[in-house]
Design a protein around this ligand. Sequence first.
Ligand code: 3H9
Length: 686
Amino acid sequence: MSVVSTKTVGNIAIIVIDNPPVNALSHAVRSGVSEQIAINDENDNVDAIILSCAGRTFCAGADITEFGKPPMSPSLPDIIDEIEMVNTPVIAALHGTALGGGFELALSCHYRIMDTAAKVGLPEVNLGLIPGASGTQRLPRLVGVEVALDMICSGKPISAEKALKIGAVDRLSLDDLETETLAFAQELLADKSPLKRIRDITIEAAPGAIEKYRQKIARKSRGFLAPFAAIRAVEAAATLPYDEGLKVERQEFMTLISSSHSIAQRHLFFAERLAGKVPGIDKKTPLRDIKEVAVIGGGIMGCGIAVNFLNKNLPLTLLEVTEEALETARSKIEGIYLSSVNKGRMTDDQMQKCMDQLTFTTQYDDLSTADLIIEAVFEDIDVKKQVFTKLDQVAKQGAILATNTSFLDINDIAASTSRPRDVIGLHFFSPAHIMPLLEIVRTKNSADDAIATALKIGKIIGKTSVVSGVCYGFIANRMSSCYGREAGLLLLEGASVSEIDQTLFDFGMPMGMFSMLDMAGIDIGVMARKNMMVGSYDDKAFLVHDALVASGKKGQKTGSGFYIHDPATKSKTENPEVEELAVKIAEEHGIKRREINAQEIEDRCIYALINEGFKIVEEGIALRASDVDVVFAHGFGFPRYRGGPLHYAEQVGLEKVLKRINEFADLYGSKWWTPSKLLVENSRKN
Ligand code: 3H9
């Protein structure tokens, strides 16, 4: 059956695209649309054409799987031109998410009507691209330069209400989209409405507006190519005739599509979706009903975790040991919501609705009706085992018992219950209500339906989930500790805190290792290492950290750590004590201090991460290399335009990476630098 067909209602032709799941504009769809538009335009019995989609959404864009393959005619820009130039009015009927090329297709139509629940947007920047089918030329003409810049450079879709307000669509459909589009078409015909061709609209930007916008996004879009290419294309729309502007868009699009940035960002797009596919778990795996949630522990982590569920209006019970601790937890959660209200992200009513779902208790018996219980207590195996022993006594049969441990052995925790099948890890990242990653840890006994339910929960609370096996630190923290080890060793060997941080920042990380430690609290790592076996990590790499914490300098929260923080100006300066400590510790350990260049800093930190990532895949802790990329992109802000550590390694060349790791093994010993067997194997295939 053809993916594009036409049905006729009186004098109106309705073209329907039916290409599940998201009606991507594949070659077959483009050919079908081109053909059906021409046939209907030539049909004397057709007075208006409606362009619509079957299934859950209007077209979600060009077919991304076709990128990088030889182009096939007709191209999207070709059919978009054809549609705009026909003499029969064409009306786009939008539902679901009309994104990228899908929205561009709608912009080629003479009129647009939109379901109230639908969204439109140009998210190409998320794929390292710009709209390449006239979106950068048409949208500014329709809604103005500033609004278009915001939509194109942020990539964020907008609601139907906003789309109507800014003039991106002509009408909202409040009820049945097809019926209302047919009525709209008849109205347009009765009124003899002109064919509105966006290309004919003339625009200009307010003086300086484009430059101002460029500066506005400079920090947020640091390192990315696409947002700045988008600005150049929109600038062309505001300053050149339509056809000339289109040439600028095409040139920018073609440069980006073969760039390492877009390849990396497209890799992450598919990697994020693949991460949710777990062998042995599919649509047939039963799901457990999650109607009530409980969180044990009202610290920063527990409160952040709770907010995820309250936001979805799921009843949640928070357990703490004392009434005072519960009161502190209540104010923390209220604080999170108040900050959202103050920023205009939610209303008082919405806040109240979330808070109404929250119950506090000090009694384990009150958790007996919860379907999912997440433990977020102190990171100590004995404390956690005690909690799980109690849970085993009170939790109802079939409840999922999850731990938020970042490092500990969940097989061991599960063994403290009589129902290890129900025990999993749900590892959130701090701040838990904001960070997008959820590591779902599958123990040797975790039931498939518990894991399937955890994946579903991740979706409900808007997280990107990755399944990890059990090992110390799972995927994220195990890799991060190698990265941190090299930063710590470099400090002893002679690099300064700011040199290391600046190099990692320049590589594209949101902040350097020491800024991150100061922000998270240096004491967290110090405590975590207390649970590690002697010899399982390089203790000298963390001696400066230990000394700082011992003298009460735990980072931002105590006013100093690797940096001295000024809360009034929110600025920081390097803490001179760190260098003194580094010199002293280096001397005690016979480490000769020297000048270290930025390239070595980058290679040591990033290649340590890569090597560990390959080992994690080799051991089966991660299901696949791309899962490691998703974890580091979402958990630690690894620059998306590098696609995650293992994709980046491929881009650099595995042979080159391996050679450098071997050099480090020769220089610094093989204990920490033995190359992963998988890396060695894969480098031979390259
Ligand atoms: C573009 O349009 C360029 C043009 O400007 C110029 C061209 C010349 N293509 O996300 P989901 C697959 S660039 C191919 O899980 P949801 C996806 O991989 C494009 N496949 O569903 C998944 O496959 P699988 C600009 C696509 O409901 C399945 O569909 N557009 C595409 O959570 C379901 O996806 C975008 O960037 C595609 N375009 O979210 C929009 N889109 O089942 C990208 C999805 O095998 N798409 N798939 O894993 C999205 O943002 C979300 O998919 C959407 C639905 C919001 C639509």
